[in-house]
Design a protein around this ligand. Structure first.
Ligand SMILES: CC(C)(COP(=O)(O)OP(=O)(O)OC[C@H]1O[C@@H](n2cnc3c(N)ncnc32)[C@H](O)[C@@H]1OP(=O)(O)O)[C@@H](O)C(=O)NCCC(=O)NCCS
Length: 347
């Protein structure tokens, strides 16, 4: 029978070795580069220590559940929550109930347990344990060049044909639109973003608290990727931000609009940011822009700006423990704000 208790600094080597066995050398190396930032420097850690649960059999570590604490706004009330992320059980001990004990220990100790972008095995375990499943976070794509619609699994000839047929539409969608309001690039988020979050939080039925401390940790000091951060301003005030980066994928270049915030009722503010990101994506020679967005008003604005909804694989499960919510709460996600910037999805 395993004991489950908190991570201790001298567990580091054994946990790294288990991670290599379960996820492979490359994933383990990239996790090692992020680890200190991701687990130790999170400004929302309740006790300044990583929130990681370890399963031990004697002196052997046979599993872990590593989490990312966040403050979650639920219908205007704040709940101490956490994203469950690096969960693993030693291969020879899987399917014997250890995962379930780890999931339940985590859940008992947090006001809301959240999971995003799950592996097949963890998704099934969440289902088995009856975590509410609200379906994947919608994904939208805006094509910018004729290469945008290529698929790695299609033969070259088909890809060329699709590019040629869709070119006229792509040219119309991707035409440049002027950026009307003031937009600035910033290196860090100043305290006014905490004020912006506090003004906007009541507009979302569910969203992670995006205050300055969180934003700077998550996007200005991430060690594994470099983000651009643009801020929209009106009458001398910050009214929203967009966090994005450009990368190469097997069939072309993509701009990821990773996270954003604006008043969902202020379409002009969000569309100003979208026009800015369009311009930046074109300058970076991207073939398309990709974004994940759960809020209906943001998705409406995205569609008006030339984005199309495509299949999403970013599954989202969550369970609110800290306050009473009606079962119907999980059915209407139209005013929830969840993006690719949540959890540790953008690795
Ligand atoms: C996810 C994981 C931690 C679960 O731990 P576990 O100790 O095997 O889980 P339990 O024995 O408590 O629960 C088993 C249940 O989980 C699900 N499950 C676990 N492994 C599965 C697999 N390979 N395929 C399908 N379902 C699986 C099933 O619902 C299973 O129930 P069943 O045995 O009645 O069919 C473990 O499978 C693991 O380490 N996986 C590899 C790493 C991983 O994918 N981590 C998640 C990253 S998001």
């Amino acid at each position: 029978m395993a004991d489950i208790n908190k991570y201790r600094p001298d567990d580091k080597r054994a946990v790294e070795a288990l991670y290599r066995r379960v996820f492979g050398i490359d994933a383990a190396e990239s996790s090692r580069l992020r680890w200190d930032w991701q687990y130790r420097r999170n400004p929302n850690n309740p006790g300044q220590e990583p929130e990681i649960w370890i399963a031990r059999e004697g002196t052997t570590i046979v599993g872990q559940y590593a989490t990312m604490p966040v403050k979650l706004s639920v219908k205007g009330r704040e709940v101490q929550a956490s994203w469950g992320m690096d969960v693993m059980v030693a291969p020879e001990r899987q399917r014997q109930g250890l995962g379930e004990i780890l999931f339940r220990t985590w859940d008992r100790n947090v006001g809301a347990s959240l999971g995003l972008g799950l592996s097949d095995s963890s998704y099934r375990l969440f289902q088995k344990l009856n975590w509410p499943d609200v379906g994947p976070v919608p994904c939208l794509v805006k094509p910018l060049t004729r290469r945008a619609l290529r698929r790695p699994n299609w033969p070259v000839g088909i890809n060329r044909l699709v590019s040629a047929i869709t070119l006229p539409i792509v040219l119309i969608i991707s035409r440049a639109r002027p950026v009307r309001a003031e937009v600035r690039l910033v290196q860090r988020f100043d305290d006014s973003f905490t004020g912006l979050w506090e003004t906007l939080a009541p507009k979302f039925d569910l969203a992670v608290r995006r205050d300055a401390a969180y934003l700077n940790w998550k996007f200005a000091s991430a060690p594994h990727v470099r983000y651009s951060m643009a801020v929209a301003r009106r009458e001398g005030r910050n009214i929203g931000y967009a966090v994005y980066r450009h990368l190469h994928e097997p069939r072309g270049r993509v701009t990821l609009l990773v996270d954003f915030l604006a008043d969902p009722d202020d379409e002009e503010a969000f569309r100003t940011l979208l026009n800015w990101v369009d311009r930046e994506a074109r300058q970076a020679d991207s073939d398309k822009i990709r974004v994940f967005a759960s809020h209906a008003a943001f998705r409406r604005a995205l569609r008006k700006s030339g984005y199309f909804q495509v299949k999403s694989t970013m599954e989202f499960v969550l369970k609110i423990n800290g306050i009473d919510v009606d079962p119907s709460f999980y059915e209407n996600t139209e005013s929830w704000h969840v993006t690719l910037g949540d959890s540790d999805q953008d690795r």
